[in-house]
Design a protein. Structure first.
Length: 296
């Protein structure tokens, strides 16, 4: 028999063992929010009920831990995020698998993420570097510890927003609710938990990592797209303007007329390959984000 909200949440977490960590975080948040609000309302409207009776009535209305866990698992199976609107190409021909990505919105979303990650990386790195150095420098003062706690709270907030962006662009399941914070705890206990939880520090590391990752992503895909576009327009630049295809260290490289059609074809082939690569890199980055930004 569940005696407290905390024991119910622990039971729910056990029932969801093996599920996606982001799903577990959302389920715990929803359960706690509902149980506490309904418990408080019931105790106010019917004060003659004991806390145990009130909690039992609220749980009976909400559902047992096993029932709620099953509902979340079923809902997750029906509504998996990032489902492509394009039919799967498994078992189809090579050309269908290669060029089918051109009609896949997820590929373009992943490519956008690769470009935009440079700007988010700059912001995250700047925020983390300035906040950490300023907080550590002021620890010797009275305001140092509260300022450090406020900075760590902002890191958790940024990590939550980044998780929503990762899910929207890369289709990787991320938390749709913030990490559970038990409302009966005082601010001192909340600060202790903020310092003790793994997610706080891994989120900060993620913010530092995003700058080098963003530079790599942006440079890689900008170079590949520029190369593909240069190949595609090579007939125009070669025959229309007599311009060299490449200029390296002041040396101009002008390909023969026979090579221009091949270069143009190669440029068109590079576009779907770039989209495939963006999806592959997006999956790797999404798994990294899940490992570092989700409370486990």
């Amino acid at each position: 028999m569940t005696e407290t909200i905390e024991s119910y949440l622990d039971a729910l977490k056990k029932e969801l063992y093996g599920a996606d960590p982001a799903l577990i975080q959302d389920a715990l948040y929803d359960a706690e929010e509902y149980l506490r609000s309904e418990f408080g309302a019931l105790r106010s409207s019917r004060p003659e009920k004991s806390p145990q009776e009130a909690l039992s009535e609220v749980i009976a209305k909400y559902g047992t831990a096993s029932e709620i866990a099953q509902e979340y698992r079923s809902a997750e199976a029906r509504l998996s995020p990032g489902t492509s609107t394009v039919r799967p190409t498994h078992g189809r021909g090579l050309l269908a698998r290669l060029f089918g990505v051109l009609a896949d919105p997820a590929a373009y979303a992943a490519l956008f993420f690769m470009f935009f990650s440079l700007f988010t990386g700059i912001f995250y790195f700047t925020w983390a570097a300035i906040g950490l150095s300023l907080s550590l420098g002021l620890l010797v003062l009275v305001i140092g510890l509260p300022l450090f706690a406020l900075f760590l709270a902002s890191v958790r907030g940024v990590s939550f927003l980044e998780g929503r962006f990762v899910e929207a662009m890369l289709g990787v399941r991320m938390p749709r609710r913030p990490a559970m914070s038990r409302s009966e705890d005082g601010w001192i206990e909340r600060i202790k938990r903020l310092f003790a939880e793994r997610q706080t520090w891994t989120s900060m590391v993620y913010m530092f990592l995003m700058l080098p990752l963003g530079i790599v992503y942006f440079t890689l895909f900008t170079t590949l797209l520029s190369l593909a576009l240069a190949f595609i327009v090579s007939p125009i630049t070669r025959f229309g303007f007599h311009l060299p295809l490449l200029t390296i260290n002041g040396t101009h490289y002008l390909f023969g007329a026979w090579a221009v059609p091949l270069l143009c074809l190669l440029g068109f082939l590079l576009i779907p390959m770039i989209l495939h690569l963006s999806k592959a890199v997006g999956r790797v980055h999404g798994n990294l984000a899940k490992h570092m930004l989700v409370q486990v």
